[in-house]
Design a protein around this ligand. Structure first.
Ligand code: UDP
Length: 327
């Protein structure tokens, strides 16, 4: 069975990717530091603990498993924290990815699927965001991901590293079988925070900013179901293994939801009151991030089937109630 090295395989998106890879006939090998990941989220293949900055450890893992490709999810991903502690983001995300990319090239593992973000576009209100849109990130998280994209292009020119870059919009939902799900410590994301507030694990949700230039004053995001997202990764992997060239794909649905709309839908799906207060803006937040591309559908044949807001909240809620990791 062909092995795929999945960095961050113990994290939210990486663990769902491992499930999808296994279903597609690959053996996912998780490489994770467990700084933000969970050991019991590694359920679909071998586990190798390690830090991306540890080149010797990476070399050992490549030699042991001889993966045919890398899926690189491991990263710090909190916009707010990236503004207050940018050094962590440049070190972990950028220097860590450089170490990984060099190790992959040295091992001759030349198919690379990279988890990037719409945060690389920055705040371009009114502009339709396609893969060809200019990238002007307004936070260190987005800047770190853009730098890694540039790194991949340089390594392709110099060493022939083929890559698919996925720029995610907002990822939500969970495995409908609740084997894996979303759990961050600390949690900063809207939907899990809201579900915590709904069932009383948290006092209430604060809306970050109600004075944005949007119809209801709150930020607008494009949410995509994690199961649909990881399906795209399997398609991206097969794209590379089929000999097609490096390519960038946005992963979003093209539909934007304001924070207030997400709150209203969560109340409706869970049939509970969502306790919230209105607060000030969070540093680094863009007004509106919505994908304006259908390239993934057209070229990869990606067909998102679960990415309605109702389905994402329902699946997240099921995991929230039934699934858990030992902590
Ligand atoms: N948000 C909010 N309150 C929270 C967390 C998030 O109002 O406690 C808003 C945030 O400002 C953004 C949206 O919800 O407009 C999605 O934020 P999240 O952190 O989930 O993802 P991001 O867009 O930062 O990747």
């Amino acid at each position: 069975m062909d092995r795929v090295l999945v960095t961050g395989g113990a994290g939210y998106i990486g663990s769902h990717a491992c499930k999808a890879l296994k279903a597609a006939g690959f053996l996912p090998v998780t490489f994770d530091s467990l700084v933000t990941g969970w050991r019991d989220a590694v359920r679909f293949g071998p586990f190798e603990e390690g830090d991306l900055l540890d080149r010797a450890r990476l070399d050992q893992v490549f030699a042991t498993h001889r993966p045919v490709a890398v899926m690189h999810f491991a990263a710090l991903s909190q916009v707010g924290e990236s503004m207050s502690d940018p050094g962590r983001y440049w070190r972990n995300n950028v220097a860590g990815s450089l170490t990984l990319i060099e190790a992959a090239c040295a091992a001759g593992c030349m198919d690379f699927v990279f988890s990037s973000t719409c945060a690389t576009y920055g705040d371009q209100d009114g502009v339709v965001l396609t893969e060809d849109s200019p990238q002007h990130p307004i936070n260190a998280y987005g800047a770190s991901k853009r730098a890694i994209e540039e790194m991949l292009r340089d390594f392709e020119v110099a060493h022939g590293l083929r890559h698919v870059i996925f720029r995610y919009f907002n990822v939500a939902g969970a495995d409908p079988e609740a084997e894996v799900g979303e759990f961050h410590q600390p949690e900063t994301h809207l939907i899990p925070l809201m579900l915590d507030a709904i069932d009383g694990r948290r006092a209430g949700l604060t809306i970050f900013g109600t004075d944005y230039d949007t119809p209801d004053g709150t930020c607008i995001r494009d949410y995509v179901h994690v199961m649909d997202l990881v399906e795209a990764h399997v398609l991206g992997l097969n794209w590379l293994r089929g000999g097609k060239g490096s390519r960038v794909f946005n992963l979003g649905t093209g539909h934007g939801f304001s924070v207030r709309e997400v709150i209203a839908q969560s109340g409706a799906v869970t049939n509970r009151e969502v306790p919230f207060t209105e607060g000030g803006r969070r540093a680094g937040d863009c007004t509106r991030l919505v994908s304006g591309s259908s390239r993934a559908e057209a070229e990869l044949g990606w067909r998102p089937t679960r990415s309605t807001m109702g389905q994402m909240i329902a699946d997240a809620w099921r995991w929230h109630q039934n699934g858990h990791y030992d902590r």
